[in-house]
Design a protein around this ligand. Structure first.
Ligand SMILES: Cc1cc2nc3c(=O)[nH]c(=O)nc-3n(C[C@H](O)[C@H](O)[C@H](O)COP(=O)(O)OP(=O)(O)OC[C@H]3O[C@@H](n4cnc5c(N)ncnc54)[C@H](O)[C@@H]3O)c2cc1C
Length: 383
């Protein structure tokens, strides 16, 4: 048995890394046990591409502190081509989209209100569980438990958004739009209203910054008299008073007795070198309706013949390219947790915490959940 680590953090994605950074800042001991740093953030320097999380929003205040900004993803809406079906494509600046002008304006006005509430909600989530932050803001709570469809219908913008915003929501999740909550839909729509950028992330720089990292996989968690013991795949046993489970929700469910969790979409990301089929050649970024297996296809910034492609299920690349070679493919069995609207406890009592994107998708919400766990530990250590 190893000596007491103070806090054990299992999982080194955004949630685990931010939990560790906050504890380090407060001078509290911890050990981060993880299969790899970054988790669903997987930047491969040899390709200068992210094969997991693709871009960050301008309001990712925490995530921005640990990544290096890359190129702007949407430089102008004129770059976007929407595909409702194989035979039905139109530009984001076409009359077909613009004729919905005043309805889109109504949606935009709602989004301004959302953004104000969302900033306060995120701040609250650093010191409150998501369930408490929702209780503190009935506007956000209502959106959290409402379907995106109900929300769009109530606002009278269903068709306007189906022709535009909904294709972006699908591109971000790979989940059918009718399975999203109103909260998640608005969260995603922010990406059309503020700058979004690609980014670089360095695992080695993060390892240096954190210090206390063991690359291993937790296989068993036991409650002991003084806290928790964690057994790993390499046969080590770690002990700590506090335990933060910051793995994916699926891995957490295997380690501790969790109730229901949201289900995650599957995604595959590809870096492809080749020649696009003629119908995709005119624009740089292609977004698809949620009946398409491909969710996002874009020419790489500054490249003539390299493309990023993300798909929700297996695809035949020959449907999109005349000729091609795959430079890298990454499959994610649990990519984005979207459905249904469940709020999991984060403070499970007895110094046990859950962190991650199980209550809300994306890198920043995951980071904030890690900060919340650390803040609780810091607060209790002071008593
Ligand atoms: C293809 C794709 C595209 C995405 N695009 C975006 C995007 O553009 N913008 C955005 O904000 N979000 C995006 N996301 C979602 C985003 O990546 C996640 O919401 C976020 O990174 C989740 O962070 P996390 O810390 O909760 O979990 P993870 O990043 O999954 O971290 C969990 C960590 O736990 C480790 N682990 C698992 N089991 C164990 C175990 N038993 N023992 C020890 N360690 C374990 C894993 O190896 C991993 O390092 C995307 C995700 C995918 C897959």
């Amino acid at each position: 048995m190893e000596q007491d680590q103070g806090t054990l953090i299992l999982g080194g994605g955004m949630a685990g890394m931010f939990c560790a950074m906050r504890l380090k800042e407060a001078g509290l001991p911890f050990l981060l046990v993880t299969e790899r740093l970054g988790g669903r953030v997987m930047y491969k320097a040899e390709f200068k591409m992210n094969f997991g999380a693709v871009f960050y929003f301008d309001n990712y205040h925490h995530v921005k502190q640990i990544i290096t900004p890359g190129p702007r993803v949407i430089k102008s809406f004129g770059q976007l081509l929407f595909h409702r079906s194989d035979t039905d494509s139109y530009s984001a600046l076409s009359l077909r989209v613009l004729k919905h002008g005043w309805k889109l304006f109504r949606f935009l006005r709602f989004m301004k209100t959302f953004e104000t509430h969302y900033e306060a909600y995120k701040k609250n989530c650093e010191t409150m569980q998501v369930k408490e932050a929702l209780k503190a803001d009935p506007f956000m709570e209502r959106l959290f438990f409402m379907t995106a469809q109900q929300f769009l219908d109530d606002l009278g913008v269903t068709e306007a958004c189906r022709e535009s915003v909904s294709l972006f929501a699908y591109a971000c999740t790979g989940a059918r739009v009718d399975t999203l909550t109103a909260f998640d839909y608005c969260y995603l729509a922010q990406g059309l209203l503020m700058p979004i950028n690609n980014f670089e992330f360095s695992e080695s720089a993060m390892q240096q910054r954190l210090g206390s990292v063991e690359f291993d996989s937790a296989t068993k968690v036991d409650k002991t008299d003084g806290g928790y013991s964690v057994t790993t795949a390499k046969g080590r046993v770690f002990h700590a008073r506090n335990l933060v489970i910051a793995t994916t929700a699926d891995a957490a469910q295997k380690l501790i007795d969790l109730p229901r969790i949201r289900s995650a979409s599957r995604l595959s990301s590809y870096l492809v070198k080749g020649t696009l089929k003629a119908k995709y050649r005119g624009k740089d970024i292609h977004l698809f309706s949620d009946t398409s297996p491909v969710i996002y296809l874009a020419r790489r910034d500054g490249s003539r013949d390299e493309y990023e492609l993300y798909s929700a299920v297996g695809i035949d690349l020959a449907d999109y390219f005349d000729d091609y070679s795959v430079r890298w493919q990454q499959d994610w069995a649990q990519a984005i947790y979207t459905h249904p609207a469940l709020v999991l406890d984060q403070d499970l009592g007895d110094n046990l915490y859950m962190a991650g994107d199980h209550n809300g998708m994306g890198m920043e919400p995951a980071a904030i959940s890690g900060i919340y766990a650390a803040n609780r530990i810091i607060e209790r250590s002071a008593v």
